[in-house]
Design a protein around this ligand. Structure first.
Ligand code: PBG
Ligand code: ZN
Length: 359
């Protein structure tokens, strides 16, 4: 440091810049920063390798972060046709008759909520079955509330289980999106679900403007206290097992125009989330999460509303190799990354594991 710029001498003494008796401002600033660093961080390993913040069990417990609990978990509930063959490909996929036993087990374990999906019937171009009185979704909501009134019920509001073409939206004769009809379908489904006892409705069609319409319809029907939780659905193959089981894969084409592009999801998810908050969303769901933890963290940074992280069917299939303990580590990571609630097909297995650990 020719000419004496800044820095500490061999014995930790401030070397002056120019005038030997008076250190210049940068010298002093650097010196003070150095001292502060020394006071707040260890800059070398301890000679014995012991970190007192971790060495004793009681101190580890003192400083631990929030642990995953069953109350952090929700389970997808997929109601299948009555004649569905046993041994379903996904946990929580049961015919109507299987709901009481399934949901009672989950409630007993402390699982906080279910997200209800129904295998569509009477599928046609207008999604007639979606609004049929007492349809499979209405029956599902009633069955859950009957056996477990304190289990939060979120319902999917989307056309794809109910249209014969498998698209989430209704179409015009020319094959475009019939916007008004789709808004009306989503609004009517939401009110129907709320009337049946749903606590939250979760539109999945990703149609701009639809969240405002759904919120207004719920308010007008006297359901001010029913939540609207739009999906932020990133295009992925990790919906595969769900789509196969529920027969919701579009017969032609894909959903790309209505889902978030993976390569842009870090930015577009934030834009979409902000729009939906403006339209009246009070919470959000992000799906999938295994391949979008970066998006989850960014969304958490940007938003203060509750965020549900939906670990989708393809994730569940892929993550089987982790075993339950590894799965619990994964779900814990999602909580740490910012999820207020984790929706997972592994909810029951994880809750059992957590309960066994407490005993
Ligand atoms: N809109 C329907 C819907 N709702 C949830 C999923 C995927 C859920 C899962 O994989 O667990 C899908 C599939 C899709 O739209 O492509
Ligand atoms: Zn859909």
């Amino acid at each position: 440091m020719a000419g004496g710029t800044w820095g500490r001498g061999a014995h930790g003494i401030v070397r002056p810049c120019r005038a030997p008796s008076r250190p210049c401002l940068p010298t002093l600033r650097r010196y003070l920063l150095d001292r502060m660093t020394i006071l707040t961080e260890r800059d070398a390993p301890t000679p014995d390798g012991i970190n007192p913040a971790r060495a004793r069990r009681v101190v580890r417990a003192l400083y631990t972060g929030p642990a995953l609990t069953a109350a952090d978990l929700s389970a997808p509930l997929l109601t299948l046709p009555d004649d569905a063959k046993g041994g379903s490909a996904l946990p929580g996929a049961v015919p109507l008759a299987g709901i009481p036993a399934t949901v009672a087990r989950w409630a007993e374990l402390g699982i906080a909520g279910v997200k209800a999906f129904a295998y569509g019937h009477d599928r046609d171009g207008r999604a007639t079955g979606a609004l049929a009185p007492g349809n499979r979704m209405v029956a599902t909501i009633a069955a859950v509330k009957d056996i477990a009134p304190d289990t939060a019920v979120t319902t999917e509001v989307c056309g794809c289980s109910w249209t014969d073409h498998g698209q989430c939206v209704l179409r015009t004769d020319e094959g475009g999106i019939d916007l008004d009809a789709t808004y009306q379908l989503m609004a009517d489904m939401a009110v129907q679900h709320a009337d049946a006892g749903a606590d939250v409705v979760s539109p999945t069609a990703m149609l701009d403007g639809s969240i405002r319409v759904v919120r207004q319809a719920l308010d007008a029907a006297g359901h001010r206290d029913v939540g609207v939780n739009p999906n932020l659905a990133i295009h992925t193959t990790l919906y595969g097992p769900f789509k196969t089981l529920m027969n919701t894969d579009p017969r032609a084409g894909h959903r790309r125009g209505l889902q978030l592009e993976p390569g842009r999801a870090d930015r577009d998810t934030i834009t979409q989330a902000r729009r939906w908050i403006t339209e009246g969303a009070d919470s959000l769901t992000l799906q999938p999460v295994m391949t979008a933890v970066d998006v989850l963290v960014r969304l958490r940074d940007d938003q203060r509303v509750p965020i549900v992280a939906y670990s989708t069917s393809g994730e569940w299939a892929a993550l089987q190799a982790l075993g339950t303990s590894g799965m619990v580590e994964y779900l814990t990571m999602l909580k740490r990354a910012g999820a207020d609630q984790v929706l997972t097909f592994a909810a029951e297995a994880a809750a059992q594991y957590l309960e066994a650990g407490r005993a």
